[in-house]
Design a protein around this ligand. Structure first.
Ligand code: ADP
Length: 223
């Protein structure tokens, strides 16, 4: 399967789409946000710095993210195709990523942009709840995504929690960073002819369908 890069504003549904794709197909899911949260949870000096930056919605320094990513890409499950969720976030990171790909002899694959209006992001971010046990994603404002029992995961019974950066203040900062630093990637990858756009405003099933159609058209035959 082709490697996928997902580009979208915070809350657009990169994580949900990644979970849906990995549930159905044999992709590895690499979220740099998750890799960094894992590093932050160590509670050492570096971890505390990462936690503070993530809570404020600031980008973590490039070298730290690149090194975590490079390690993760060398794990065996990445050989079948992987979904990159949250990286690259700047043109500089895109350039670094190409160097990493060259070193590891891997392909860039397909870049997918999830389109959504800013107004929808507020509910998606402030209503988002995640499972400690299996990383499932819920939303208390979306009837289709509300857990059956408050605070408990439908899939594994794990406890649900809210991310420390899922609040309005941090969303504003993350959204502005997206506009300023990440959106230029759309032009960058368009010029390389590997960019495709998907509407992610109509819910997760609709988003997944569009991506499956796209991958089938590109010859990945994910059905
Ligand atoms: P979202 O896309 O909803 O903002 P993520 O889990 O992808 O959530 O990222 C959360 C935070 O992790 C970001 O606000 C940033 O602090 C950090 N982060 C994730 N990916 C990167 C990256 N590629 N470069 C720098 N910082 C990153």
């Amino acid at each position: 399967m082709k490697n996928l890069i997902l580009i979208a504003a915070p809350g657009a549904g990169k994580g949900t789409l990644s979970n849906d794709l990995t549930d159905k197909y044999n992709y590895a899911h690499i979220s740099t946000g998750d890799l960094l949260r894992e590093a932050a949870s160590k509670g050492d000096e570096l971890g505390n710095m990462i936690h503070e930056m993530q809570t404020k919605g600031e980008l973590v320094p490039d070298e730290i993210v690149a090194s975590a990513l490079k390690n993760r890409l060398q794990e065996e499950d990445c050989n079948n195709g992987y979904i990159l969720d949250g990286y690259p976030r700047t043109v500089k990171q895109a350039e670094t990523y190409e160097e990493i790909l060259k070193e590891l002899n891997k392909d860039l694959g397909v870049v997918i942009v999830l389109d959504i209006e800013k107004e929808q992001l507020i509910k998606r971010i402030t209503g988002r709840r995640l499972c400690h046990g299996c990383d499932a994603i819920y939303n208390i404002y979306d009837p289709k995504l509300t857990p059956k029992h408050e605070g408990i995961c439908d899939k594994c019974g794990g406890e649900l929690y809210q991310r420390s950066d899922d609040n309005l203040e941090s969303l504003e900062s993350r959204y502005n960073t997206y506009l300023e630093k990440t959106q230029p990637l759309i032009d960058y990858y368009s010029k390389k002819n590997c960019l495709y756009r998907v509407d992610s405003s109509l819910g997760k099933e609709h988003t997944l369908e569009q991506v499956e159609d796209l991958l089938n058209k590109l010859g990945d035959n994910v059905d």
